[in-house]
Design a protein around this ligand. Structure first.
Ligand code: G3P
Length: 222
């Protein structure tokens, strides 16, 4: 399973990339607005693409097909590893088809059902992003969408990648990995939680305490 970092924070992306923990990045207009400040969002995206070798998703804000295609082509010019995020709408599907024909990779976002994922894959999307957490937030079982999409894509040998998004906690990552999602995009705090376990800390403390006792005995005056 590939891990993408779901943020536009250069500090967090640099940390995770240098630690070798991530294979790419996803952003969206909300995440960029949170980080860009006075900077041009395109400059922030260019910087992110220079820090991460893997795919970096950048979302269009146009709602019409021509606008999405124009914006998508401009985003794709920022760096070779840009993947254009397109919303799961009728206009978006036409845009995905046109961008795919132009050799531009797309990530169809705001997917909330397996059949939306199927429609996006049929349009030529490179990735589909089902939002698990937001479905859970409204009392639905977000993981069902990942499970159904995986079965459907495998039934028809569809190579569009399932990118589990809107991840809220480590159990979402485990469940998505057990089902076989290709990618999970993680907020930085969730990625940190994946690394940690209290028994690891306790075990390491005990190893060091026992070792120091041994070393202490060796140095003790006879
Ligand atoms: O960036 C796409 C998605 O992961 C955002 O989900 O629910 O955390 O805003 P959310």
């Amino acid at each position: 399973m590939k891990f993408f970092l779901d943020t536009a924070s250069l500090k967090e992306i640099s940390w995770a990339a240098q630690a070798g923990l991530i294979d790419g990045v996803t952003t969206n207009p909300s995440l960029l607005a949170k980080q860009a400040g006075d900077l041009d969002p395109k400059d922030v995206l260019k910087e992110i693409c220079s820090v991460v070798e893997g795919p970096v998703s950048a979302e269009v804000v146009a709602l019409d097909t021509d606008g999405m295609v124009t914006e998508g082509a401009r985003l794709a010019e920022i760096a070779d590893n840009i993947v254009v995020k397109i919303p799961m709408t009728e206009a978006g599907m036409v845009a995905v088809r046109q961008l795919a024909a132009d050799g531009i990779r797309t990530n169809v976002t705001l997917c909330f059902s397996s059949v939306q994922c199927l429609i996006a894959a049929k349009a030529g999307a490179s990735y589909v992003s089902p939002f698990i957490g937001r479905l859970d937030d409204v009392g639905q079982e977000g993981m069902d969408v990942i499970r159904e999409a995986r079965t459907i894509f495998d039934n028809y040998r569809i190579d569009t990648q399932i990118l589990a998004a809107s991840i809220r906690h480590p159990r979402h990552v485990v469940a998505a990995a057990m089902i076989g999602a290709d990618v999970a995009t993680l907020p930085p705090d969730v990625l940190r939680k994946l690394l940690l376990h209290p028994l690891t800390d306790r075990g390491l403390d005990q190893f060091l305490a026992d070792w120091n006792k041994l070393v202490g005995r060796a140095k003790a005056p006879v």
